[in-house]
Design a protein around this ligand. Structure first.
Ligand code: BES
Ligand code: ZN
Length: 612
């Protein structure tokens, strides 16, 4: 059991504390030995082949040799290594045994004094980080599209490197695309010469934040440092939806310190993108399912933007410390939303988040309810539950509740300022918390059982209980409905998306007839709001309202966002004859989903595609 006491005691006896030297961190999800040889910069030169679904070229790695006798060990997954050049000579390609989660280690022996290696390689058409989309999977429908998704340990399937968040490097890249397609990357310096893009990331970043997309893309500036990127058919809607992005950046700067990455752009991807958003530096990747037309789902942009502080600037050192990325980010996201859209909006979002957490906690084994989760021998994806997100954020809200907002904000700002561009562990955070907040105020510190929050399952009894006056209105309407009021008579005037989500979440055991009446009154099946629609479809499947079937089919065939797919397929599996329906739809839709969504759904549906 981890306790904060030893740190306190140690430092109380032996003042002053030692300077924070980066401690070697053991990352169970990487073969790399950055304590021996460390990649400091990488330079990529890749050509994209959209016919073969392959990227081909080379990467040159610049190294720091800490142990002069040690080899360089890299992570790879499915790469075809053609040749490795060291000191102008070709060296043997030494690939280790395949690990089911980690891929294969690539060991390169280095002569004394050599600090540069070039690897010529090609990616596999099945590379998990890369999704190659057919033209019909895009909005324009005429050009193909490619995007990469590195987090958590997928970058190794398109670049051989030290694929651990504890290793940060700067990078540069030249990407050659077919004529008419535009490559973009998560870089702070970018230029184009026709279909050739040159990119540079001048700040040290972890490998999972190196990202590439390529398609028929255009951009629209919405402020001097912020542009929206999308297909031409999507750009107007996207730029309007995200018009408040600059205000969000300004809000986060006011609260937590300067934005240190230069530009902040948002790229809207085709709907098969498996996540809501991905915080690739300088260029957040986002699902088009948040284009609701009324800015009601832009908390996702606040979230990805907040990662520019929590996650990208101060990074989890290993995937068991993932809550340091996501819990902090959900906390910051809510603070940005409060600042830009007011307390009513952020309060509703917090209530929905905590409700989702409580529902998921009921389904998770105790060990997976811990913030500091043990992921040894597992895929880091297994830790991607509401626990690091919502329990992590609840922990920070508890600290805010006890110490007050002013001290909390100063604490967070110091966390970011003092650890900028570093990767840290849970123990690092606990030591900093002890030093900055707890030790100086034992009375308040005694009100929070920190080890219980971090190392135990469940939500501690001292977790703040959020509430929302706007939800009280919704609950009254739900009570009227349950008491027999007709849907058309309900007073829902002025309701916003979050209220509708609360409404749908509170309906208890509706009959198919009741759902039909609600649909008649509120047209849920035709909703253009993906969150409302997904919740409605789940309710309809669970309660036998079959009028949604065509809409459900269309949704599952176009949207690849795992957060929506998983509950919908789960609901189908719960329904009578659902397994056959689920399998029939999945068989058609599966080729359109990204590998990470496929993995989750293959497991859920017991699907074993040929060759797996
Ligand atoms: N970094 C995550 C996405 C992620 C996590 C990808 C782990 C792969 C592995 C991103 O910031 C995120 O949390 N996205 C959420 C949206 C957010 C509003 C909670 C998502 O995609 O649902
Ligand atoms: Zn996140």
């Amino acid at each position: 059991m981890l306790s904060i006491l030893p740190f306190g005691l140690l430092w109380a006896c032996a003042a002053p504390p030692p300077p924070a030297a980066p401690m070697p961190v053991h990352d169970v999800h990487s073969f790399a030995r950055p304590d021996q040889v460390r990649v400091q910069h990488l330079d990529l030169d890749l050509t994209l082949d959209f016919d073969a679904h392959v990227a081909r070229g080379r990467v040159t790695l610049m190294l720091e040799r800490i142990d002069p006798d040690a080899p360089l060990v890299l992570d790879t997954d499915g790469l075809q290594i053609d040749c490795i050049e060291v000191d102008n000579a070709s060296v043997p390609v030494l690939l280790g045994e395949e690990d089911p989660h980690l891929g294969r280690a690539l060991t390169i022996h280095l002569p004394p004094g050599i600090d540069c290696v070039t690897i010529h390689y090609a990616t596999a058409p099945t590379a998990e980080a890369m999704q190659w989309l057919a033209p019909e999977q895009t909005n324009g429908g005429t050009r193909p599209f490619l995007f990469t998704q590195g987090q958590a340990i997928l970058t190794r399937s398109w670049i051989p490197l030290q694929d651990s968040p504890a290793v940060r490097c700067t990078w540069s890249a030249k990407i050659t695309a077919p004529a008419g397609l535009v490559p973009v990357m998560s870089a702070d310096v970018r230029s184009w010469d026709g279909p050739v893009g040159c990119f540079q990331m001048t700040k040290p970043v972890p490998s999972y934040l190196i990202a590439l997309a390529c398609g028929d893309l255009t951009s629209r500036d919405i402020s001097p440092r912020c542009a929206i990127w999308a297909e031409p058919a999507t750009i107007d809607r996207a730029a309007a939806e995200f018009a408040d992005t600059e205000s969000m950046i300004a809000a986060c700067e006011e609260l937590f310190g300067p934005y240190r990455w230069g530009r902040y752009d948002v790229l809207v991807l085709p709907p098969s993108f498996p996540f809501g958003g991905m915080e690739n530096p300088c260029l957040t990747f986002a699902t088009p399912t948040i284009l609701a037309g009324d800015k009601s789902l832009v908390a996702l942009i606040a979230h990805e933007l907040a990662h520019s502080w929590s996650g990208n600037l101060v990074t989890n050192a290993t995937w068991r410390d993932f809550w340091l990325n996501e819990g902090f980010t959900v906390y910051l996201e809510n603070r940005i939303m409060e600042h830009v859209y007011g307390k009513d909006r952020s309060a509703m979002e917090i209530v929905l988040g905590v409700q989702g957490l409580r529902e998921e906690l009921a389904t998770l084994p105790d060990a997976d309810q811990r913030l500091h989760i043990d992921l040894a021998g597992r895929n880091p994806d297994d830790g991607m539950t509401q626990v690091p997100y919502e329990k992590g954020a609840a922990f920070l809200r508890r600290l805010e509740q006890v110490f007050g907002r002013a001290r909390m904000d100063a604490f967070l700002r110091a966390w970011f300022d003092q650890h900028a561009f570093r990767s840290l562990t849970t123990a690092d955070f606990l030591a900093f918390l002890d030093q900055e907040l707890l030790r100086g105020d034992p009375q308040r510190a005694a009100q929070i059982d920190v080890p219980r929050w971090v190392e135990a399952g469940g939500l501690p009894g001292d977790a703040p209980v959020p509430d929302s006056a706007l939800f009280a209105q919704v609950d009254a309407v739900v009570a009227a409905l349950q008491g027999g009021a007709a849907p058309a008579s309900l007073d829902t005037k002025g309701w916003v998306t979050q209220q509708w989500l609360r409404f749908l979440g509170e309906l208890k055991d509706p009959s198919p007839e009741q759902l039909a009446a609600l649909d008649q009154a509120f047209a849920f099946t035709r909703s253009g709001n993906s969150e409302i629609l997904a919740k409605w479809l789940e309710l309809a499947i669970d309660h036998g309202y079959r009028a949604v079937d065509r809409r459900l089919d269309l949704f599952l065939m176009t949207v690849g966002r795992r957060k929506f797919l998983t509950p919908l397929y789960q609901a189908l599996l719960r329904a009578e004859d659902g397994k056959a329906r689920a399998t029939a739809i999945y068989t058609k839709a599966r080729p359109r989903y990204h590998a990470v969504a496929q993995r989750t759904l293959d497991d859920l549906l017991g699907f074993h595609p040929a060759g797996k």
